[in-house]
Write a protein that binds this ligand. Structure first.
Ligand SMILES: Cc1cc2nc3c(=O)[nH]c(=O)nc-3n(C[C@H](O)[C@H](O)[C@H](O)COP(=O)(O)OP(=O)(O)OC[C@H]3O[C@@H](n4cnc5c(N)ncnc54)[C@H](O)[C@@H]3O)c2cc1C
Length: 466
């Protein structure tokens, strides 16, 4: 029996399947997750007291959600589990945790990162108004709190989540004022053959699009967003297409342009990254089975965006690699089977990325007065002045000069736009632009907690934010 201390960060599809595999082989991993419960983003569980059925919450994916939740419930007595705990830093073999009580440390021998993804945004005029949410944020409000973000909601951006969230809103009884996709319809048609590598998912996507139309929701593709207008709150969404400029009355907007990996911990743990040309993102380099090096593994969206089914398979595969590295029995046949399934889903993923490419062409349409870094309220024009004066050619220098990416989100929101913009301004390919470096703490940490840590015996004030 191994006495290795194994830590999994994240209790979504990837983290859950990894824990299940390790437990099946007689190990007791420590699972740490910032969420109050397991399930991750897609299978997020509702709070105690909420009684909506899985069918209502997760629709066509309800059976997968139920399976993942019941697996985790069974594992609870066989793992160590720290919910509501955020890993904010990694130094050598020590994790620094932001817990409800304060900052704590745990050490590990092997680390499996399954930290998922977050929305990717492109700033537009008015996106900092109250009433504007990311697509994922709009979905969290619905799934977790059974709330819509407004009474008349517009969804804008691109990606499968755009149509899914709009469909979920309509199904929940909300009024959707329109779905505005920046990518033209022709791109989806061209990608159809590769989408058939996962026919069920492809069919579901087409069903959501068709259903929205038959329910009378305006669905427009190939549009250019112009502005979210309002006076202290969202009042309208403006967009442009081949027929001119249009205004849609609304009181809330959900926007998003696909997802990006939450890979800051991977960076702090010493992973190297490779550029993914289709996703236009830096993703973690690993051996194809999640092994970065013996003792360090990634699984699910935090490695590269792959979706929930991929995350489950990668979680198990990375755990099997970990077992093999410990010299334990890890079925080679099972590993081959998982790798085969992942290869098939990778073909589907490529199709999806081609059907919903990140619309980098929108970078040229953002006006100078648009706030690009919302934490530090830096406008595109301010950034331009700095670029003209000092000519920084990477996001980290730009951050030092004009504070883009310096605020609470540490560039998690604005970082990918900064790269796109610097590529355009410096006339370089996007892969030549260095992304923002991950900085600890990777997520906001109450100063009082850090101070209490530095000065043991220093009691936390009662009102310390969690
Ligand atoms: C907001 C949002 C909504 C989505 N909705 C859908 C959907 O409806 N349908 C769909 O098909 N796909 C959806 N996706 C994509 C889908 O969720 C993912 O493909 C899938 O969940 C990936 O599984 P995962 O295990 O890799 O990560 P996740 O499910 O994201 O799980 C990662 C877990 O790690 C935790 N975590 C992250 N960082 C830390 C840290 N530093 N310390 C501790 N814990 C941490 C997170 O809280 C989370 O619980 C959504 C993605 C997002 C971001």
């Amino acid at each position: 029996m191994s006495t290795q201390k194994i830590v999994i960060v994240g209790a979504g599809p990837a983290g859950t399947r990894a824990a299940q595999c390790l437990v099946r082989h007689g190990l007791t991993p420590l699972v740490i997750s910032e969420a109050p419960d397991n399930g991750g983003q897609i299978y997020r569980r509702q709070p105690p007291g909420f009684t909506r059925s899985p069918q209502k919450l997760y629709g066509a994916e309800a059976h997968k959600a139920v399976s993942l939740h019941s697996t985790f419930d069974r594992l609870r007595s066989q793992i160590a589990y720290l919910p509501q705990t955020t890993v904010v830093n990694i130094v050598d073999r020590t994790l620094f945790l932001d817990t409800l009580e304060g900052v704590e440390e745990v050490t590990f021998d092997s680390l499996l990162l399954a930290t998922g993804a977050m929305d990717r945004v492109i700033p537009m005029q008015g996106w900092t108004l109250p009433g504007v949410f990311t697509l994922g944020g709009a979905q969290v409000a619905l799934k977790y709190q059974a709330c819509a973000i407004g009474e008349r909601v517009v969804f804008v951006g691109t990606g499968p989540l755009l149509y899914l969230v709009a469909y979920q809103y309509v199904k929940a009884g909300a009024q959707v004022a329109g779905v505005y996709d920046c990518v033209p319809f022709g791109r989806k048609v061209a990608a159809l053959p590769s989408l058939l590598w996962s026919p069920r998912t492809a069919f579901l996507g087409m069903y959501y699009m068709a259903r929205l139309k038959t329910l009378g929701v305006p669905v427009r593709q190939g549009i250019t967003p112009v502005e979210i207008a309002g006076d202290g709150h969202v009042r309208a969404f403006k967009f442009r297409d081949d027929f001119g400029e249009h205004v849609v009355d609304c009181d809330a907007v959900g926007m998003g342009y696909g997802l990006k990996p939450e890979s800051q911990l991977a960076e702090l743990a010493g992973c190297s990254f490779r550029f993914d040309e289709i996703q236009r993102l830096w993703v973690v380099s690993h051996d194809g089975s999640g092994r970065v090096r013996p003792g360090l593994y990634v699984a699910g969206d935090c490695g590269a965006i792959g979706g929930a089914d991929v995350a489950e398979l990668q979680g198990e595969l990375a755990a099997l690699e970990l077992l093999a590295d410990l010299g334990m029995q890890a079925s080679a046949a099972r590993r081959r089977k998982l790798q085969g399934s992942l290869r098939r889903l990778a073909r589907f993923r490529r199709g999806l990325e081609n059907a919903f490419p990140f619309p980098q062409w929108l970078v040229h349409t953002v006006p100078k007065e648009t706030i690009v870094c919302r934490c530090e309220a830096v406008k595109l024009g301010d950034m331009d002045d700095m670029l003209a004066l000092l000519g920084p050619d990477d996001t980290n220098r730009l951050k030092a000069f004009c504070r883009t990416g310096m605020g609470r989100c540490q560039g998690r929101v604005c970082g990918s736009f900064l790269m796109e913009y610097l590529a355009v301004r410096s006339n370089k390919p996007i892969e030549a632009i260095r992304p923002l470096r991950a900085q600890a703490p990777i997520k906001p940490l109450a100063y009082a907690k850090a101070a209490a840590r530095a000065e043991p015996g220093h009691a936390l004030p009662a009102e310390t934010p969690q």
